[in-house]
Design a protein around this ligand. Structure first.
Ligand SMILES: C[S@@+](CC[C@H](N)C(=O)[O-])C[C@H]1O[C@@H](n2cnc3c(N)ncnc32)[C@H](O)[C@@H]1O
Length: 269
């Protein structure tokens, strides 16, 4: 750590981490995060692929997609390819995926091939023009990837452009309240200011990642600015999934008390 850097507390995956504040420098952040995902992608995936929108929310219960047969779908931050597989098996007519990490794209390709499926795959940051067609998709979706963007409004504008009119954008991310609170001796304690959206770097398993925790209103207002109408929002964890984690799970205990994931379904006007 640079001796001039300011140390701070953030919450990643339910644990408190020591982080340092960093400037929003898109190039540096992309380099850091693509390296993180190139090397750590396999280890940190958890419940971030459909049918899971996160540890305690499932498409099986929410049914946000409905019938996808014959529909054209694009995943932003396709990661391991498991979400594309889930929707491909439900007879989507076209699968597209994009991701900043070459290794993740390779993983998606291999996984889909093993499942007898195929997708058009593009390696690019979601913030940038990368040859994805406009006014083309019935659904654009993203499971735990949108929050990595360095330009939320620009990314939502791009996603709106990819969708046909009345197309749906569905995404999930860590709930910003979850990113502020940790459990300490049976008490939930605020460790970070909810309103602090500044960028930070931290080390996870020996690799560095850079993120910012945006408030819920930042997401909602960016969607409105990009021309979306919010149709549905989920904050609640699924009681059955919580039960399945057992009584000793601290994470499940937290999910009972406050939202750990949020999911939004928005319609392009
Ligand atoms: C939690 S994973 C998504 C997992 C995916 N939903 C699945 O089904 O496997 C987040 C993904 O976002 C990608 N990512 C991070 N920053 C990105 C950016 N700026 N543009 C595009 N993809 C990015 C990472 O490489 C990673 O694969």
């Amino acid at each position: 750590m640079d001796k001039n850097s300011v140390s701070r507390t953030n919450v990643i995956g339910g644990s408190e981490v020591v982080a340092i504040s960093v400037e929003l420098d898109k190039g540096v952040i992309h380099e850091t995060n693509s390296l993180f995902w190139d090397t750590k992608g396999n280890e940190v995936l958890g419940a971030t692929s459909l049918p899971h929108y996160g540890a305690f929310v499932s498409e099986e219960n929410c049914k946000l997609f409905g019938d996808v047969s014959g529909k054209k779908l694009l995943e932003i931050g396709c990661g391991s390819g498991h979400s594309l597989q889930y929707l491909g098996e439900r007879r989507a007519s076209e699968l597209w995926g994009m991701d900043i990490s070459e290794n993740q794209i390779e993983k998606t390709k291999q996984h889909l091939t093993e499942c007898g499926l195929s997708a058009k795959l593009i390696c690019s940051p979601m913030e940038e023009e990368c040859g994805i067609p406009e006014n083309y998709f019935d659904f654009v979706y993203s499971v735990y990837a949108i929050g990595w963007t360095t330009d939320l409004e620009g990314t939502f504008r791009r996603i709106a452009a990819y969708l046909k009119k009345d197309g749906a954008f569905i995404f999930s991310w860590s709930h910003p309240i979850h990113k502020c609170v940790v459990e300490e001796k049976d008490t939930f304690v605020f460790k970070k200011c909810y309103f602090d959206e500044s960028w930070y770097s931290t080390s996870l398993g020996g690799s560095t990642l850079t993120l910012s925790d945006r408030t819920l209103s930042t997401y909602v207002n960016a969607l409105a600015k990009a021309g979306f109408l919010i149709e549905h929002m989920i904050e609640q964890s699924d009681e059955e999934i919580i039960q399945s984690w057992g009584n000793s799970s601290k994470f499940a205990k937290k999910a009972k008390m406050l939202p750990v994931t949020f999911v939004i379904k928005a319609r392009k006007l």
